[in-house]
Design a protein. Structure first.
Length: 279
């Protein structure tokens, strides 16, 4: 029951009608007997600055940020966490003593999802498909927090790849390389992990890479897409005996990190995952 004591949390984006975040967080609040409520807000870009200011006035403790505001919100915050600065995007804001503090939980949520599946990145050669916001978050976190051998970035927009590669190499010298489409077939013979950070696969018939390039030597194929839960990429990999992970794992783990930032309580990943089964 919502009362005058209920603490508000929420999501700012445009649009947000497709989001699963309220389902997750409100389920957790109920299961843990926390007097909080999580609401989605469609915030047009021209209203973002004033909407962020209203968080303090209205008693919010925190919100998530999604497209198209992850970058633009940063200029309106009082402080930004180091990893969010490196990623160049914020997806979580904490309200603390009337200050707005920005974080990015996507990358660490991704890393946590690997650890929970007993995947060790040490010494790995990794190919990331896509160089957009999701790719940037997970790639920065992988380079910062793991002793990788090499990370390869492929995007049809080479300018995006170049920008991300420069950022990664500024964190650790010569760790990242950009590749052309013509390099994909040979490269997939030597990599350990393939990650899809593009939207290709949202339609069930699509696949982001030639199926012949998915080699049985891979120890993991990870698709950040969570709906459908098993994309064509994951089906092809699983048919070849490769371990696969879908985007639900990253979704619940990044949400759990946000929850910890806001409440100071240990993140209930299993409960969040359970919430996704609730109709």
């Amino acid at each position: 029951m919502i009362t005058g004591k209920t603490i508000p949390y929420g999501l700012f984006g445009y649009p947000v009608r497709h989001t699963f975040s309220p389902q997750m967080h409100n389920y957790v609040f109920n299961e843990l007997n926390i007097d909080g409520v999580y609401l989605p807000f469609e915030v047009k870009p021209e209203y973002l600055k004033m909407s962020l200011k209203s968080l303090v006035w209205l008693g919010f403790k925190g919100i998530n940020i999604t497209v198209p505001h992850k970058q633009t919100c940063m200029e309106f915050l009082d402080d930004i966490d180091e990893e969010a600065e490196l990623i160049g995007a914020v997806n979580t804001i904490k309200v603390k003593k009337e200050k707005l503090i920005g974080y990015n939980t996507d990358g660490i949520g991704f890393i946590n999802s690997l650890q929970k599946n007993n995947i060790d990145l040490k010494g790995s050669k990794i190919l990331v498909l896509g160089a957009g916001g999701a790719s940037r978050a997970i790639s920065v976190s992988m380079v910062r927090n793991n002793n990788l051998n090499k990370i390869y970035i492929y995007d049809i927009d080479f300018s995006k790849s170049k920008s991300l590669i420069e950022k990664l190499n500024s964190i650790r010298s010569d760790i990242a390389l950009g590749i052309e489409e013509s390099d994909l077939e040979n490269l997939t013979k030597e990599i350990d992990i393939l990650i899809n950070a593009t939207p290709v696969g949202l339609r069930k018939e699509d696949i982001p890479i030639n199926p012949d390039f998915i080699k049985p030597n891979l120890k993991l194929v990870y698709d950040l897409i969570y709906n459908p839960p098993k994309t064509n990429l994951l089906k092809e990999a699983q048919d070849k005996g490769i371990f696969v992970i879908n985007g639900l794992n990253m979704l619940v783990n990044q949400a759990a990190v946000s929850f910890k930032i806001w409440t100071g309580k240990d993140a209930p990943v299993d409960i969040m995952r359970e919430s996704m089964q609730v109709k």
